[in-house]
Ligand binder design. Structure first.
Ligand SMILES: Cc1cc2nc3c(=O)[nH]c(=O)nc-3n(C[C@H](O)[C@H](O)[C@H](O)COP(=O)(O)OP(=O)(O)OC[C@H]3O[C@@H](n4cnc5c(N)ncnc54)[C@H](O)[C@@H]3O)c2cc1C
Length: 415
C-alpha cells in the first residue's frame, strides 16, 4: 500500500458503481457494450481472502440468470466450473412430504446451474480489466457522496490516496450495510432471523446426478447442491446456538450430524471441506432510487438464502438497469435522469417485493417448529405434488420468469 497523498485531480464519469461484489461487477460488465464512461470502486483489494462476495458460498443460478450471464458474454468463463441442476427434490425430513421438480415439465433440460461464488469472482474479475470503457479503483472505499442537480461527487480512499470523482449516475451495489443507501437518505427495515447458515462442501458416497435437495427440518432448512465431480455444496441454516455447536465440532462429528439430518439419499457422507458461517438477516430498503442514484443487489434487498434467490434477484436488477441505460444512450438521455430512475423502480419493484416476500415467508415457516406451521408446510408440499399448475408457478418464480422479463433473460441482445 502506498503512503497517504494529497488530493489528486477529480475525474468525470457517466456512471459510478460503488461495490465490485457479485452484483456491482456484473453491472460493470453489462455496461461494456455501451459507450458510457464507467467507474467501479471496490473497497477490498483484488484477490483478497477477505472479499465478502467471492467466498466459499455455493450459488444456485436460475435459468434466467444463466441466460443473462450468457447474453453478457460471462458464461464462457464460468461454463467449465458450472454444474447443471437436473432435478430439484423438496422434502420434509421428519415428515412424509416430498416433491420432485423436473425441468422437462417446463420444457427445459435443467433448472439452472450451481457455481461457487469464489469461481464467479475469479471469472468476472479476470474479464473486467479487459474493458476499455471501465476504470476500476480497487481497493477504494467510498467515504463521501454529494448529489446535486447536475451530478454526484464521490470521495474515496484509493490505496492510501484521497481522491474524488464525479458521475451523472451513482449505483450503490455496496452490500447490506450500503454506504450509498445511507448517504442518499434511503431508509431500510432490518429483520434478524436469529439463524446462521453453515456452508461447506461434502462428498457423498453416491453420485448426485445433478440433483439438488431442499430439505426442511424442524430446526431449519438444509440444501444440498450438486457440484463438479462428486462434491456437493451443503447450506445448513440453524439457530445461532446450534450453528455454534456445529462449527465447534470436529470433522467426523460434523459429518455424522449432517448425515443424521439429511439421511441416506446420497449414501454415506465421506469427506468434508472447510466450514464457514453467515448470520442470516433481511435488509429491505424502503426505496431503490433517489436523485441520480440507484441501489441494487444486497444494498436494496438482502434476503434469507432459503430460496437461493439473492444473487438471482440482483442479476435481474442488473439486466433491467443495463437495458434502460442502453435505451437512454440510444435516445441521448442523461443516465441519471428522473425518467430513467422512475422506469427502473416501476419495473423492478414488483419482482423485488414478491421475491423478498416469498423468501421471508419460507424462512419463517420453515424455522417454526409449531404444529400449525408443520401442517402448513406438509400441505404446501402435498399441493405441489398433486397440482402441476402449482409446480409450474413455483418453478417459474424460482427460475426468474415472473413479471416483465428483461431482454437479456429472453436471450435477446442488450443493444
Ligand atoms: C449462505 C448463503 C448462500 C447463498 N446462496 C445463494 C444462491 O444459491 N443463489 C443466489 O442467487 N444467491 C445466494 N445468496 C445471496 C448472494 O450471496 C447475494 O445476493 C450476493 O452476495 C449479493 O451481492 P452484492 O454484490 O449485492 O453484495 P455483496 O456481496 O455484499 O458485495 C458488496 C461489495 O461492496 C463492497 N463495498 C462495501 N462498501 C463499500 C464502499 N463504501 N466502497 C466501495 N466498496 C464497498 C464490498 O467490499 C463488497 O465487495 C446466498 C447468500 C448466503 C449468505
Amino acid at each position: 500500500m502506498s503512503q497517504a497523498q494529497p488530493n489528486i485531480a477529480s475525474e468525470a464519469f457517466d456512471i459510478a458503481i460503488v461495490g465490485g461484489g457479485l452484483v456491482g461487477a456484473s453491472l460493470a460488465y453489462a455496461l461494456a457494450s455501451q459507450d458510457w464512461r464507467v467507474a467501479m470502486l471496490e473497497a477490498v483489494a483484488p484477490r483478497a481472502a477477505s472479499q465478502p462476495s467471492y467466498d466459499d458460498r455455493t450459488l444456485a443460478l436460475s435459468d434466467s440468470s444463466c441466460r443473462i450471464l450468457a447474453g453478457l458474454g460471462v458464461w464462457p468463463a464460468l461454463a467449465d466450473s458450472a454444474t447443471p441442476i437436473c432435478q430439484v427434490i423438496v422434502r420434509e425430513l421428519e415428515g412424509p412430504a416430498r416433491v420432485v421438480l423436473d425441468p422437462a415439465e417446463h420444457g427445459l433440460e435443467q433448472f439452472g446451474h450451481v457455481v461457487e461464488a469464489r469461481e464467479f469472482g475469479a471469472a468476472i474479475m479476470g474479464l473486467l480489466p479487459t474493458l476499455e470503457s471501465l476504470q476500476m479503483f480497487q481497493p477504494a472505499s467510498v467515504t463521501e457522496l454529494e448529489i446535486s442537480d447536475s451530478g454526484a461527487r464521490l470521495a474515496f480512499d484509493h490505496d492510501g490516496q484521497a481522491r474524488t470523482l464525479s458521475a451523472r449516475l451513482v449505483v450503490g451495489a455496496d452490500g447490506a450495510a450500503s454506504f450509498v443507501r445511507k448517504a442518499v437518505g434511503i431508509g431500510a427495515g432490518h429483520h434478524d432471523y436469529d439463524q446462521t447458515a453453515v456452508v461447506c462442501n461434502i462428498t457423498p458416497e453416491q453420485a448426485h446426478n445433478g440433483r439438488a435437495f431442499e430439505c426442511f427440518t424442524p430446526s431449519g432448512p438444509m440444501a444440498v447442491l450438486p457440484h463438479r465431480g462428486s462434491r456437493c455444496g451443503l447450506v445448513w441454516c440453524l439457530s445461532n446456538d446450534e450453528a455454534d455447536d456445529k462449527l465447534a465440532m470436529g470433522d467426523e462429528e460434523f459429518l455424522a450430524a449432517a448425515q443424521a439430518r439429511f439421511g441416506n439419499e446420497l449414501g454415506a457422507f465421506l469427506k468434508l471441506g472447510r466450514r464457514s458461517s453467515y448470520p442470516l438477516r433481511e435488509v429491505r430498503a424502503v426505496a431503490d432510487t433517489a436523485d441520480r442514484t440507484v441501489v441494487l443487489g444486497n444494498a436494496a434487498h438482502t434476503i434469507h438464502p432459503i430460496g437461493a434467490q439473492g444473487f438471482n434477484l440482483g442479476l435481474r436488477d442488473v439486466a433491467v438497469l443495463a437495458e434502460l441505460l442502453a435505451d437512454a444512450q440510444r435516445d441521448g438521455t442523461d443516465p441519471g435522469d428522473e425518467s430513467l430512475l422512475t422506469a427502473y423502480h416501476d419495473w423492478r419493484a414488483p419482482d423485488q417485493a414478491e421475491t423478498m416476500g416469498w423468501s421471508d415467508t419460507l424462512a419463517r415457516l420453515y424455522a417454526n417448529p409449531g404444529a400449525g406451521a408443520r401442517l402448513a408446510r406438509s400441505a404446501g408440499l402435498v399441493a405441489h405434488r398433486l397440482f402441476p399448475a402449482l409446480r409450474r408457478h413455483t418453478a417459474a418464480r424460482a427460475m426468474g420468469y415472473r413479471g416483465r422479463i428483461p431482454r437479456l433473460a429472453l436471450g435477446e441482445p442488450l443493444t
